[in-house]
Ligand binder design. Sequence first.
Ligand SMILES: [Zn+2]
Length: 458
Amino acid sequence: MPLRPIMLTRPPVEIMLDDGFWDELIEGGFREVCVSWMAFLNEVENGEPLPSHEEARPRVLSFFEDKGDQFEYVPIIKPDESLYDGLNLSPPTRSDEFDPNFGELRDAFQRASAKGINLYLFDDKSYFEISGYPAGPEGARGFSCWNDPQVAKYLVARTRDYVNQLPMFSGIVLDGPDNKWEIAPGARDDLFAENCVCDHCQSAARSMGLDLMKLIDALAAFKLEMQQLNDEKVEGFLLNTRGFLGAADWWLSHPELLDLLRFRYRTIEDHMKREYEGIKRHLPEFTVMASSRTPSYVALTGHALSRRSAYADYQLPKLYLWAGNQPGFRYTVSNYANTIAEWNPSLSRENVVALTERILGIEFPADYPVEKFDDPATSSFYEQVAGDEMRKMIHLTGDVDKLIPFIALEHFGGPQIQPQEVRDLLRTLENSGISRYIFFHYGVITDDVWNVLTEFSK
Ligand SMILES: [Zn+2]
């Protein structure tokens, strides 16, 4: 059975005005498109230099050929202010000058829909000026964190605004939010840094009978514990946690960490429910899809894959497997091993590796140990490690037909996974029984990668 992929796009949306864009996707087996960063590109001085160096798709590169090299993003829609009444967050706006551009794009979306393409929105957290969706606690632009109920209400209003103006869109991909899961100091997603302690977070904790500041103190104490390991402690831990029941003693002697996980699960779930139920109340037929991290460390982010079917129609865990840069799986796993080693120089390499495997629930293949993670990954990595992530997510979500993992080559200009690795990944996906994936993103696809993707979708 061929895979049925979704293509995620980024600007320039202007390439979508040419029907050749949609025909190319249909020819390649992509019949679903998720449009992220709903913005026109406007040439300006002192704007963002584009195209970025990772852009590779000929259609994208040719768009930039006869233009300047700096651009600003202009929101596609002008907001219907009445939808945001009573909210203390207001959407980005634009001048009437772009009304004809909007009309042209709307017609192009309509033609794509008539060709049989399903179109989805993307909530673009952290890119407020571009799409108008709200960011998480680290996001600027005056938005508070997801525990502020206004954030979900605003997201629902924004989604209705898009759907009213672009009714051919039949669903949305919610991206996160995620609590952090990294342990390397300075990493973007360092779980020990910058935990939100706003009033909304504190009152959410109080409603569970918890003191948020105590939970954060416990996290700091746990970090210290991770910095005071020795071979005797690690070997004893590995021996005692070999069985499922053996871990109970460790967790019961760290009750605040257990409470912190409960707090993360509850607050993410409350936020996701507010979004899901709010959208469904106004748009009952609208498809709501929700991303997450991969099962190995999803618990730290607060997403319970086993419970999300109550507030997501489809689950989109990120099978982001690259090394060298956030938020790739091999980058994170290497960070765990390297950070444990740096914090505990006396620890044997064997114990560093065994502890990393135990914490994350993974097993390194003999021909591809964690030390090699910066080299292109072997087939054994995809079959065993990535395959296990897929099998875990199938079990946790309980319905393989509701799983659409995210796949990407890299983020933020780090080293890309190679076309041969993409082939190994898609072959493992196919063998796992998962039939769909979402590819991030169209612009970075070289001809070699395109050939691999289309090989599996036709
Ligand atoms: Zn907060």
